[in-house]
Write a protein that binds this ligand. Structure first.
Ligand code: ATP
Ligand code: MG
Length: 447
């Protein structure tokens, strides 16, 4: 796949994220720099420190969204972890290398899905053939081996039956096939904490010890086809290849989003108690961020080229409160902008997944046309800003709560009658929301 230039990356991100130009630029450069670093001769490459990023900004301004979209457009395996969780009870001592193991699992799934798509139509063909064999066992088998004419007759007959099968003539016929016993996937297998960390998966172990966990079941052709396609897909996929590609993809393209990085800094300038473990987590992170080798189920994974994007609100702490070694690994710092009313207007309308587009689509499913005029949208955005200022600033997340409140009645049953069109005006917005927004206590609970 062609590596995108920084300009192209920003252009793609623009489709989803409003504003935050600095952050978009920074992630675009970081992504490109990783690619550049991979082109550098090996001896020099090791001298170049990876360009990891810290995004600094309050909640709901698009930190996670930028990282997720970046991963998406780079077709990169992506994982989001709260750095702070490694200091929590139950997690303390759990090694941060599990991040890389989880990322590798994600990559394996990702590649698996791609391969499934690649073989799907072939699997379907094979499944049809198997259905024919099951429907007409032995049909013409003797003929096939005899004379050329008999062989031809067999081919013709088979083709005729295949056509009928494809036309759906046999869909309701019953046959018996072998299907995997479904009691196993249903049964939750919990291993002792940390078992999966050394690459042991209990569920897999059990199903490999009891391989014959299959049973014969009678079902209709239409149902059997689904099972047969699935089983053909599994046979067509080269699982070794999937694992190899996934491992390479993690090493060359992986992106780790380390959220709440500020929560593992020691903002009080040293002290006892939890701070010790926080610094411990930072120390643990150091090798994987710097580049090390992590053992996984799929072999050793090198972390040298994995891109780390850290994020945090940094209300109390600042990046300089992190241990110096870790600071050095995150040379790029970007402050996210606060979102204002104009940003909210764009966020409501512009991105591909904009909230208003989402609600329109939801109601369209009911055959109802939902419309917002400009003044209505501006009013929604203004109320979001007002509530953010008066209560807690939760950024664009405020739009979600406001929209659900605004549309509550319509989503419940307004359209059960003949009305096929809902036009939201400024007046409606104000009727439904202005009162709540004015009252600080009310808005705290409702919006
Ligand atoms: N600049 C933006 N442009 C478009 N949508 C945005 C923007 N900022 C936030 N959003 C929307 O708001 C929601 C929350 O954004 P996101 O998850 O990126 O917040 P965050 O900055 O990671 O916050 P937190 O610190 O709470 O994790 C998402 O649904 C996202 O679509
Ligand atoms: Mg987030």
């Amino acid at each position: 796949m062609k590596a995108l230039t920084p300009r192209e990356i920003v252009k793609e991100l623009d489709k989803y994220i409003v504003g935050q130009e600095k952050a978009k630029r920074a992630v675009a450069i970081a992504l490109r720099n990783r690619w550049r670093r991979q082109q550098v001769p090996a001896n020099m490459r090791d001298e170049i420190v990876p360009n990891n990023i810290i995004l600094i900004g309050t909640t709901g301004v698009g930190k996670t969204e930028i990282a997720r979209r970046l991963a998406n457009l780079a077709h990169a395996p992506f994982i989001k972890v709260e750095a702070s969780k490694f200091t929590e009870v139950g997690y303390v001592g759990r090694d941060v290398e599990s991040i890389i193991r989880d990322l590798t699992d994600i990559a394996v799934n990702m590649v698996h899905v791609e391969k499934e798509k690649e073989v799907a139509s072939r699997a379907e063909e094979l499944a049809q053939e198997r259905l024919l064999d099951l429907l007409f066992p032995g049909e013409g088998l003797k003929d096939r081996k005899r004379t050329p004419e008999a062989k031809e007759r067999y081919e013709r007959n088979r083709l005729r039956l295949l056509k009928k099968l494809e036309r759906g003539d046999f869909e309701d016929r019953e046959l018996e096939i072998e299907v995997p016993e479904d009691s196993f996937p249903m049964m939750q297998v919990f291993g002792p904490m940390g078992m999966e960390d050394v690459g042991i998966n209990l569920k897999e172990m059990i199903s490999s010890v009891i391989p014959g966990s299959k049973k014969r079941r009678r079902m209709k052709v239409s149902e059997a086809r689904t099972f047969l396609i699935e089983s053909e897909i599994q046979k067509l996929i080269d699982h070794e290849e999937v694992n190899r590609i996934a491992k390479e993809r993690v090493e060359n393209n992986g992106i780790v989003f380390l959220d709440e990085i500020d929560k593992i800094t020691d903002s009080n300038g040293g002290g006892a108690g939890p701070d010790v473990s926080r610094e411990g987590v930072q120390r643990d992170l150091l090798p994987i961020v710097e580049g090390s080798t992590v053992p996984t189920k799929y072999g050793l994974v090198r972390t040298d080229h994995i891109l780390f994007i850290a994020a945090g609100a940094f209300h109390v702490a600042t990046p300089s409160d992190m241990i110096p070694e870790l600071q050095g690994r995150f040379p790029i710092r970007v402050e996210m902008n606060k979102l204002n009313t104009d940003d909210f207007i764009k966020i409501l309308t512009h991105p591909k997944n904009a909230l208003i587009k989402q609600y329109k689509a939801l109601l369209a499913a009911e055959g109802v046309e939902l419309e917002f005029n400009r003044p209505a949208i501006r009013a929604i955005a203004a109320i979001a800003t007002e509530v953010n200022n008066k209560t807690e600033n939760i950024g664009a997340r405020r739009l979600h709560t406001i929209m659900t409140k605004l549309l509550d009645d319509y989503l419940f049953d307004h359209f059960s009658g003949k009305k096929k069109k809902i036009a939201i005006t400024k007046k409606i917005v104000e009727e439904k929301l202005a009162g709540i927004a004015k009252d600080q206590d009310l808005s705290r609970y409702i919006l």
